[in-house]
Design a protein around this ligand. Structure first.
Ligand SMILES: [Fe+2]
Length: 268
């Protein structure tokens, strides 16, 4: 038994598996966050309520280390409890271009799906922070361009991840109150170059279904993207596979087709 297995975490996984069975999903991948930054800076209010407890009095966020043993044991338990459901291991690995070597022992433990995420950008010397904080300190378009320009560096600087997640991450916190509504056309070349880098490396692009943006699969297909995965970014059972039917229809429209195995990427 894993010493540090939290009953709360197990309960959440159990609810997600039960929900998957209830809505007829053939498979789930639990992509646990793997963030190796020991600390990063946030402005007040720039972090979700669930993570407030990790903000120190010095304004730095410190996450507990990823407990790979506990995670694998929890997956094992779920597999025993839900035999009809395919359950894959996975991580959402933040800034892999900076942490490949450090993450190697974790990834070598048998992680089925490694998603790569860009959550943080350089800020003031050694510090890194999220776009949501950067938007308070720099012009919005500068932050968006910095995000997009970091993507090819992340792709070239890591061998460990197979899927680039939520390419619209910096769009989520776009400060429309001060910068006006987000216009993807203003950053089209940045998104397209980032996509070309991802496609050129043979990776898949995640269709993150938290919010659907048809220009993402369209530009991805036009820039040579061959594979996509679907991720609902569900942190609760209720949002598991949210918007999947619409996302699948969109992917199909741009020429992507499902594979023989439900855990395969969709390809074109
Ligand atoms: Fe993420």
């Amino acid at each position: 038994m894993g010493r540090r297995l939290l009953p709360g975490a197990l309960g959440a996984m159990d609810r997600i598996c039960a929900r998957a069975v209830q809505i007829g999903l053939p498979a789930v991948v639990f992509t646990e966050h793997l963030d190796l930054e020991t600390a990063w800076r946030v402005d007040d209010g720039d972090i979700g309520e669930h993570a407030q407890k990790y903000v120190g009095t010095d304004g730095l966020v410190r996450l507990p280390a990823f407990d790979v043993d506990g995670y694998l044991e929890a997956i094992d338990r779920m597999r025993r409890a839900y035999r009809g459901l395919r359950i894959l291991t996975g991580v959402e690995f933040g800034q892999p271009h900076l942490w490949d070597a450090v993450a190697a022992p974790v990834l070598a433990r048998g992680i089925d799906r490694v998603n790569g995420s860009l959550h943080m950008l350089p800020w003031e010397g050694e510090d890194r922070t999220e776009p949501t904080t950067l938007y308070r300190h720099r012009p919005a378009s500068e932050v968006m361009w910095a995000y997009l320009e970091e993507i090819p560096r992340m792709v070239a600087g890591s061998d460990s991840f197979a899927v680039f997640t939520h390419i619209d991450y910096a769009v989520r916190s776009w400060p429309s109150a001060t910068a006006g509504p987000f216009d993807p056309g203003a950053f089209e070349e940045g998104f397209r170059s980032a996509m070309r880098a991802i496609a050129g490396s043979g990776r898949a692009l995640e269709m993150n279904t938290r919010q659907l943006r048809p220009w993402i699969p369209q530009w991805w297909a036009e820039e040579g993207g061959r594979a996509i995965s679907f991720g609902s970014d569900a942190h609760t059972a209720e949002s598991l596979a949210a918007n999947f039917p619409e996302a699948m229809a969109m992917a199909e429209h741009f020429g992507f087709r499902e594979g023989a195995d439900p855990v395969d990427f969709w390809r074109r």
